[in-house]
Design a binder for this molecule. Structure first.
Ligand SMILES: *Cc1c(COP(=O)(O)O)cnc(C)c1O
Length: 468
């Protein structure tokens, strides 16, 4: 312990005097294992430490080859500049940074317009750290409204439930943290998400709302929001239950309005009370921003809103966090102005074309069956092995093989109802051009050939299989 601390002290002194980056590898820091279990006694020269931390991070996967993430992995220089210039801006300090607060509200109104809120100018919404926080806020608002209505009529309000399809983990957290029963409807055979005909069995007087997903995390497909709402209309006509819908448009909120404008999924659907999206997914903002909007101020119970005075005005805040960086929100505003509807549409259409192309090529490879072909929903594809028992290899093997060339493709089982089906999901983001996709396809083809050959050598191909 003491020796290590002394060593770091010595190191610090020496590197202070070593000139620039070339000094790092020749200096004492270059011969040290960096501290990881004790707090270093002294510091060291910035360029040396920077270099070594930078080098450690080279062990991470290459973000631009990460086909498993929806999140932004590339930003243009102006976006980086704005991020660097706004490092010190705290989103919560609305008094100190009133213009940052204004830009957040500009974004909210622009999104209200994009998502067809009938009263976009009065729209209520806020930024969050991502869709997870946004979903929690949407869920909380539904829980509070449900409880108020129950209490107003003297009914018990102690057993709220939320009905949903194959949701992302944030809703499981919401349910546990905020004491709500999660009624996760299992997938029907062949289905990629919640289907309207399943609702009747799950919805009751304690249902705070139904979650509809515009871009299911697992498969990239959209759940039919309008049909889900129509089924809830029918349920209301029969039972009197008025169940609201929250749309998780984490990914689809920045795809559908530009690439599938004819699809009705947003505030045009009367029953939709709130919508959220991840700015840092197809909104293309740097990591750390999400959005949630409510149909009208009445859909966000007053009790959940805290008021902050600023510039003599009155700024409502609804958030789980207090301090939060402002740069992502400012950069989101930049991107809305920079790209406009046209710019987003051009990019998203390219991504969808690339996804459809990937779908066609992957289907043609032989061993795979597509679950989602890259058409009509998110720019990505999901597929499974047509004959998992006879293939002689698993999708996990394919992932490992692709990893040898740097590609990161997640293999995982589908949620409840189809949990025996293991799938691959390949996502197309802004920096996955057609060219990069073709390089990926070549590597996928190679992986399948090599794995097939190995399986053939060990006699594991054909209808009889020893692989489980
Ligand atoms: C990404 C995603 C989330 C979580 O969003 P974050 O922005 O990562 O917090 C939730 N639901 C769906 C459907 C998603 O795609």
């Amino acid at each position: 312990m003491t020796t290590e601390a002394t060593a770091t002290n010595e190191t610090a002194k020496t590197t202070e005097t070593a000139a620039g980056v070339e000094g790092v590898y020749g200096g004492p820091l270059g011969r040290e294992i960096l501290p990881d279990t004790y707090f270093p006694a002294a510091g060291a020269a910035p360029e040396s430490v920077y270099r070594l931390v930078h080098d450690e991070l080279e062990l991470d996967g290459n973000a631009s080859q990460n086909l498993a993430t929806f999140c932004t992995t590339w930003s243009e220089p102006e976006a980086r500049r704005l991020m660097a210039e706004t490092l010190g801006k705290n989103m919560i300090d609305k008094d100190e940074y009133p213009q940052t607060a204004e830009l957040e509200q500009h974004c909210v109104r622009m999104l209200a317009d994009l998502w067809n809120n009938p009263d976009a100018r009065r729209a209520l919404g806020c930024s969050t750290t991502g869709s997870s926080e946004a979903c929690m806020l949407g869920g909380l608002a539904m829980k509070w409204r449900w409880r108020k209505a129950r209490r107003a009529t003297g009914l018990p309000a102690d057993r709220p439930n939320l009905v949903c399809g194959p949701v992302q983990i944030c809703w499981k957290k919401f349910a546990r943290y905020f004491d709500v029963e999660l009624r996760e409807v299992p997938l029907l055979p062949g289905a990629t998400g919640l289907r309207p005909e399943q609702l009747r069995e799950y919805v009751d007087e304690n249902t705070i709302g139904v979650v509809a997903i515009l871009g299911v995390t697992f498969t990239c497909d959209y759940e039919p929001v309008a049909a889900i709402a129509a089924e809830l209309d029918a349920i209301q006509a029969d039972t009197g239950l008025d169940v609201p819908v929250h749309v998780v448009a984490a990914s689809g909120g920045f795809i559908a309005p530009f690439a599938q404008p004819e699809l009705v999924w947003d505030f045009r659907v009367e029953r939709v009370v709130s919508v959220n999206a991840s700015g840092h997914k197809y909104g293309m903002a740097p990591l750390g921003v999400g959005w949630v909007l409510w149909r009208t101020p009445a859909h966000l119970p007053e009790e959940l809103v805290f008021r902050v005075d600023y510039l003599g005005g009155d700024m409502p805040t609804f958030a789980l966090n207090f301090s939060r960086p402002g740069g992502e929100i400012i950069t989101q505003y930049y991107l809305f102005l920079r790209l406009g509807r046209e710019g987003y549409a051009r990019i998203q259409r390219n991504l969808l074309d690339t996804a459809a192309h990937l779908g066609d090529e992957i289907a043609a490879l032989g061993p795979f069956t597509l679950l989602y072909d890259g058409r009509g929903a998110l720019p990505g594809v999901s597929y499974t092995l047509t004959d998992p028992d006879g293939a002689g290899f698993t999708l996990y093997d394919v992932s490992a093989k692709l990893r040898e060339r740097g590609w990161q493709v997640a293999a995982y089982p589908l949620p409840a109802g189809r949990q025996d089906t293991v799938i691959h999901r390949v996502l197309v983001r802004r920096e996955i051009s057609r060219d990069k996709a073709s390089l990926f396809l070549a590597d996928l083809r190679r992986a399948v050939t090599q794995l097939g050959r190995t399986a053939g050598d060990s006699g594991a191909t054909g209808p009889v299989s020893f692989h489980h």
